[in-house]
Design a protein around this ligand. Structure first.
Ligand SMILES: [Zn+2]
Ligand SMILES: [Zn+2]
Length: 415
């Protein structure tokens, strides 16, 4: 399933690649922020921020976004300037902010935190299939600045908040700061443990980041509206107050459910965003603390991907079963791994292999509505309509509110 709900799920898990989004619609809202700076709210299933400096030196993009948005973004840029994109800055390497590097890396300089390349080359990104040209050509390991379009641009690496390759990008003359997933408004942090995110020091890190900017700065966040200093300060205060409360409850042996049921964060001003909300934040810290005891799990995607590269869905299933038998605690087994892999295969038009992988997911997680929904989609792509119908029906039986399944069944009944 790749409906809006699964996109929220996607954002939450930070694990599914944008490869899943085969041919999405893109809309772009443009806001002029200063003489040279433009903010684009690029929505391809969900909104992401891109910032552009446009002037006589050419175009510089901060977080160019998903490769699927490429045509639309280039169209908008061509309406603003005849110049080419010559520089790209990545605030971190999550592929929904950077897979456009695949197009731009040919001719533009790609600037990113020194830890980005290692992450992009690693097991976590195998499904993104980065070409060499998409990797950063300039790595930042300490604060630095350069001038572009007559304006100073400051780059400040932050080691591990949202991910271990967070980079703050500040335009002092325009008083605009791109803070990626470090400073936000209206929500709680998203911490990607697998990519070196740090929940423990998040509040300190965010507070330190805030001190770098003047009170009249405008912040640009990865997802969501631009915000001001007061809102950033509220966010940091939420972290300051919530983290000790959650840690205390975890130390007392409370489960996330108990903490949520008892509303332990009721004394903290709530965020006005649906995700990540205070419940998600409780789960994040609980997970982080238990990971400190049990260690971070290895990526299961990589060995399955390599099996698929050499063979087919059955080979990957075999590897899955072997690893589950021999290393059940070493790898991160969850339904999302196989679901993501299945969509990767659908995107490659390897329909038979996608069905094999989704079927394995159904076998492994028979109580999940989403696994049947995904298998239904694979059968639909294959033209096996009655099998598609059967799986969507199973999905709806488990979750009658599965709107994607209901829509698909309606579509199938008219065929
Ligand atoms: Zn991110
Ligand atoms: Zn993001």
């Amino acid at each position: 399933m790749k409906s809006n709900k699964s996109i929220i799920y996607k954002l939450v898990l930070l694990a599914i690649s944008t490869i899943l989004l085969a041919q999405p619609q893109t809309t772009i809202e443009t806001t002029k922020m200063s003489e040279t700076l433009y903010h684009f709210k690029v929505t391809t299933f969900y909104p992401v921020s891109t910032l552009a400096s446009i002037g006589p030196d050419g175009i510089l993009l901060v977080d160019p976004g998903m490769e699927q948005s490429h045509t639309e973004l280039m169209k908008v840029l061509s309406e603003l300037s005849d110049m080419k994109v010559t520089k790209v800055i990545n605030t971190h390497s999550h592929d929904h902010h950077t897979s456009m590097n695949k197009y731009l890396g040919e001719s533009a300089e790609i600037i990113a935190h020194a830890a980005s390349t290692e992450l992009m080359r690693g097991d976590l990104d195998v499904l993104v299939e980065w070409p060499k040209k998409a990797f950063p050509s300039t790595s930042i390991d300490s604060e630095t600045s350069f001038t572009f379009n007559g304006e100073e641009i400051r780059l400040i690496p932050v080691d591990g908040g949202h991910c271990k390759d967070d980079l703050l990008v500040y335009f002092p003359e325009s008083k605009v700061a791109c803070t990626g997933g470090v400073l936000k408004s209206g929500s709680y942090p998203m911490v990607d443990f697998a990519r070196g995110g740090d929940f423990r020091n998040f509040a300190v890190l965010a507070r330190n980041a805030l001190t770098l900017f003047p009170q009249d700065v405008t912040f640009v966040q990865s997802h969501g509206d631009n915000f001001n200093y007061t809102q950033a300060n509220e966010y940091v205060e939420r972290l300051d107050r919530s983290i000790p409360l959650i840690k205390k409850a975890v130390a007392a042996g409370d489960t996330p459910k108990k903490m949520i049921d008892e509303n332990i964060l009721s004394v903290v001003a709530d965020s006005d965003h649906a995700y990540p909300n205070r419940n998600f934040w409780i789960q994040t810290i609980h997970r982080g603390l238990s990971m400190e005891n049990n260690g971070v799990k290895k990526s299961l995607t990589a060995p399955l991907y390599h099996a698929l590269e050499k063979g087919n869905g059955n080979d990957a299933s075999k590897v899955y079963r072997e690893l589950k038998k021999s290393n059940p605690d070493e790898y991160g087994f969850n339904e999302n791994v196989l679901n993501t892999l299945g969509y990767y295969l659908l995107g490659k038009n390897r329909l038979e292999d996608a069905v094999t992988i989704f079927k394995l997911n159904v076998k492994e997680y028979p109580k999940s509505f989403n696994v049947y929904d995904s298998l239904g989609e694979a059968y639909m792509n294959k033209g096996s309509l009655w099998r598609a119908r059967r799986n969507y029906k199973k999905s709806i039986r488990i979750n009658p509110k599965n709107q994607n399944g209901l829509d698909m069944l309606e579509k199938l009944s008219s065929q």
